[in-house]
Design a protein around this ligand. Structure first.
Ligand code: RUB
Length: 317
């Protein structure tokens, strides 16, 4: 058995999970973090190496997993959370730490669902883009509370994550109107939604959100139509590296997702997965700490998670 490629079932599962994250079988920042951290923690606990060899094996793996999808700091924060514990107490605690991180996410989600649902009233019209499990969770909570409201959502090219959103809402008898991405400004003008709920993949130190491509267009249209825009997200998506000057990266996906067969030679197809939403366009973040303005993300993250997730040592090296 080599340290580089251990033949344990947990390692195989980790590799499978990484593949599922890369190919979007596991989709959305929250799910990417949950599945990635759980699989890593189980592997770390069972890998048959110890002492210095353990860290020499795990550290490059953390780097590799972190960048399977580059715009996912909630995954990176979780991996660091587990690694901090392993350094202190050994690999025996890895699974427990993985579960503890997933619990942080679950607790955050429950709070956000409740807080976000407060914003929705009978007769509300809410616009959303892509598939954010957090935004959808808010809609489901509001429906559970008996509120009667409408959702307008986009299909989200090229991989149609918006259909997932529409299917889930329709199944719960929440009225949903589905439009192509390029109709988002038209839909805002036609349906005059009371608010926009978007998820986030990453949040920077400036309070800028990164979310699915199209989100900035959505924000610009919201400005034109004077519709408040909320980012529904756990603060665990805060990209700590931005506070020491690094830029949050934007994942560039395969052009084949856009045009696989028959693309003429000489045509360059680009497929950026995410884009930034300027903090000026964000009315508030709906988080586990309540509604907060973009300027407060860094301090609020430090206050809630600072003692548990501190990877600044590694960031400086
Ligand atoms: C999904 C996407 C989601 C965020 C938030 O992109 O942009 O809005 O990840 O999701 P992709 P959640 O389909 O490329 O993963 O609220 O579930 O964390």
């Amino acid at each position: 058995m080599t340290t580089r490629n251990p033949e344990t079932p947990e390692y195989k599962q980790l590799r499978q999970t990484m593949d599922d994250i890369k190919t979007l079988k596991i989709q959305g920042a929250t799910n990417v973090a949950i599945y990635g951290v759980e699989a890593f923690a189980k592997h770390a606990e069972t890998v048959p190496v110890k002492d210095d060899d353990l860290l020499a094996h795990l550290e490059p793996l953390v780097e590799e997993i972190s960048f399977v999808r580059v715009t996912e700091p909630a995954l990176r924060n979780g991996l660091r959370y587990v690694m901090t514990g392993i350094r202190r107490e050994g690999k025996e605690v890895a699974s427990e730490l993985g579960q503890a991180y997933v619990k942080l996410i679950d607790d955050a989600k429950k709070r956000i669902f409740k807080i976000g649902a407060e914003r929705i009233r009978d007769g509300s019209r809410v616009f959303t883009h892509c598939h954010s499990s957090i935004s959808v969770g808010i809609f489901l909570e509001a429906a559970k509370q008996g509120k009667d409201f409408d959702v307008i959502n986009t299909e989200t090219r090229p991989l149609f994550q918006g259909r997932k959103t529409a299917r889930i809402l329709a199944k719960q008898n929440i009225r949903v109107t589905h439009v192509v991405d390029s109709a988002m400004r038209w839909a805002m003008n036609s349906f005059n939604p009371h608010m926009i709920f978007l998820g986030a993949d990453a949040i920077t130190v400036e309070g800028v959100a990164l979310n699915k491509i199209g989100s900035r267009l959505c924000a610009l249209a919201s400005e034109e139509e004077h519709i408040p825009l909320y980012i529904c997200t756990s603060l665990l998506k805060y990209d700590q590296a931005t506070s020491i000057g690094r830029l949050s990266e934007i994942e560039m996906r395969s052009p084949l997702e856009i045009w696989d067969e028959g693309c003429p030679e000489g045509v360059k197809v680009l497929n950026p997965a995410f884009e930034t939403i300027d903090r000026r366009n964000i009315s508030a973040y709906i988080t586990e700490a309540g509604l907060i303005p973009p300027q407060s993300v860094h301090q609020t993250f430090r206050r809630i998670y600072g003692s548990q997730i501190h990877d600044f040592q590694q960031l400086w090296s």
